[in-house]
Design a protein around this ligand. Sequence first.
Ligand SMILES: Nc1ncnc2c1ncn2[C@@H]1O[C@H](COP(=O)(O)OP(=O)(O)OP(=O)(O)O)[C@@H](O)[C@H]1O
Ligand SMILES: [Mg+2]
Length: 249
Amino acid sequence: MITLHNVTKRYGTFKAIQSISLNIKAGEIHGIIGASGAGKSTLLRMMNLLEKPDEGDVIINNKKLNHLKGKEIRHIRQLLGMIFQGYHLVGNKTVFDNVAVALEIAKITKKDRTERVMESLRFVGLETYKDQYPSQLSGGQKQRVAIARAIVNNPKVLLCDEPTSALDSKTTTEILEVLKQINQQFNVTIVIVSHELEVIRSLAERVTVMADGQIYDVVDIEPTGVNKFEKGAAAFVEQLKSGGDTNLS
Ligand SMILES: Nc1ncnc2c1ncn2[C@@H]1O[C@H](COP(=O)(O)OP(=O)(O)OP(=O)(O)O)[C@@H](O)[C@H]1O
Ligand SMILES: [Mg+2]
């Protein structure tokens, strides 16, 4: 579904991403975990070319994204919804209008637009909130609006950057459940960045563990039993959290 091939990203002389290759399979829930500054957000943002790689290729549905022009990139981006820790809602627009924005760009008729927005809001359980403004909502509700906005275009992939990091544990569980449903009901591939082990463990099927702009390991999470993630990567992440030496080189 998404392939990164020898992708490098520099900010000045600093290499935020160092020649990473990674394949996200269609239909999977893929976690990306690592310490602050490891390059998780940069890696995710390269998947929809919000960041352009300095070297290497980003390939989506067999198309090399980094060689496409603006219009073609916008077209491909419609396949990729994105949600963020800080929701990124527009404060002076209603819940309905926040979700409708993505469709206005795609020039869809008003009737279809209304149907699709309401369908998305119903999916996240917020149809009765359509005329409210973001400031009237809780964090969990705001993230639901952001999810509705991200899925209103029927994307193939949902890119999630720390979607639950600002939420309490009960709301986190609810939001993760919504993401799971999106994956199962619509077969949407999900890439989720988090520094929280529990979030990754409860949602992801496969996990990329990052450190210092590189991939430390890609591991499968098995629903039962102790697996490689439990033994190796989890210990590694704990070590990262406690500021231990990562010994990557
Ligand atoms: N626009 C930028 N200009 C300069 N440096 C940047 C920029 N964006 C990111 N970086 C640097 O690149 C590295 C990776 O950043 P990134 O935001 O991808 O990390 P992260 O793993 O998402 O961290 P966090 O868990 O704190 O969100 C960091 O050292 C960061 O300071
Ligand atoms: Mg980040």
